[in-house]
Design a protein around this ligand. Structure first.
Ligand code: ADP
Ligand code: MG
Length: 255
């Protein structure tokens, strides 16, 4: 119960937000009680589920820095069937403020402890950085899913991420488990994508998730409508792939 999964990769544009939003919505469709946490100051995940981030009275920033209560900040997103801790540009300041505190890296973990059991799964959409916010996510998490775009240079940066995961495991969070590397934006007709996909499997073996997210324009369109892929176009290849991923994650992690 209450598994916390960070969706992280310090590379931008690899599909972290798309995966966070649509995996969260898919798990909700499987009747799981889901909390989505937007931990990126860009607030893309908040906007993607139709939340007006700039008129938000309180965001995840207030939880991390001002010790606001969870119930003051959480929003119910009816259409996607999940709860959201939203973010906006304010969160940029949290990065600096948390760095100045001894307990900085454990702030999110502490804040989630009292509410963790209310949910079957809590997904954290991380910023494209290995900064203090991402460290907070990794310290709070039971598992991490790493989206990897099937393109040249995809593996670059993964060793820095693995080093960070090991450091967090040895110093702050021994329970952190790699729930899987997720191949995203995959195009079957592209030889390079297939090569990168195979290379990933030969490097990381069983850590690579079986589900593969195809390149699908509907996934790129849905956020501008403030809808998950299931509300935007339930029958497209992207929706089917995220549903398959949700089933695989449920099987693997027993949430
Ligand atoms: P990140 O959060 O890692 O920066 P995003 O999820 O925002 O990455 O994705 C980067 C861009 O690629 C966005 O414009 C998004 O809509 C698009 N995108 C993500 N996944 C797919 C996909 N499977 N097919 C097509 N476009 C995608
Ligand atoms: Mg993002």
């Amino acid at each position: 119960m209450g598994r916390i999964i960070a969706i992280a990769n310090q590379k931008g544009g690899v599909g972290k937000t798309t995966t966070s939003v649509n995996l969260a919505a898919a798990l909700a469709r499987l009747q799981k009680k889901v909390l989505l946490i937007d931990l990126d100051p860009q607030g893309n995940a908040s906007v993607a589920v139709g939340f007006d981030k700039d008129s938000a009275e309180k965001t995840i920033y207030d939880i991390l820095v001002d010790e606001a209560g969870f119930d003051e900040v959480v929003s119910e997103i009816e259409e996607a069937g999940l709860d959201l801790l939203a973010s906006n540009g304010d969160l940029t300041a949290a990065e600096v403020e948390l760095l100045e505190e001894d307990m900085g890296p454990t702030r999110l973990s502490q804040a989630l402890k009292p509410i963790k059991e209310r949910y079957d799964v809590i997904l954290i959409d991380c910023a494209p950085s290995l900064n203090m916010l991402t460290v907070n996510a990794l310290v709070a998490a039971d598992g991490i899913i790493v989206p990897v775009q099937c393109e040249y240079f995809a593996l670059e940066g993964l060793s820095a991420l693995m080093d960070t995961i090991e450091t967090v495991q040895s110093e702050l969070n021994p329970k952190l488990h790699i729930d899987g590397l997720l191949r995203t934006m995959h195009d079957r007709r592209n030889n390079l994508a297939n090569d990168v996909s195979n290379e990933l499997v030969s490097h990381f073996g069983m850590k690579v998730l079986q589900s593969i997210i195809p390149r699908n324009v509907r996934l790129a369109e849905a956020p501008s409508h403030g809808e998950s892929i299931f509300d935007y176009d339930m029958s497209c290849s992207g929706a089917l792939a995220y549903l398959a991923l949700a089933n695989e994650v449920v099987r693997k992690t027993q949430i």
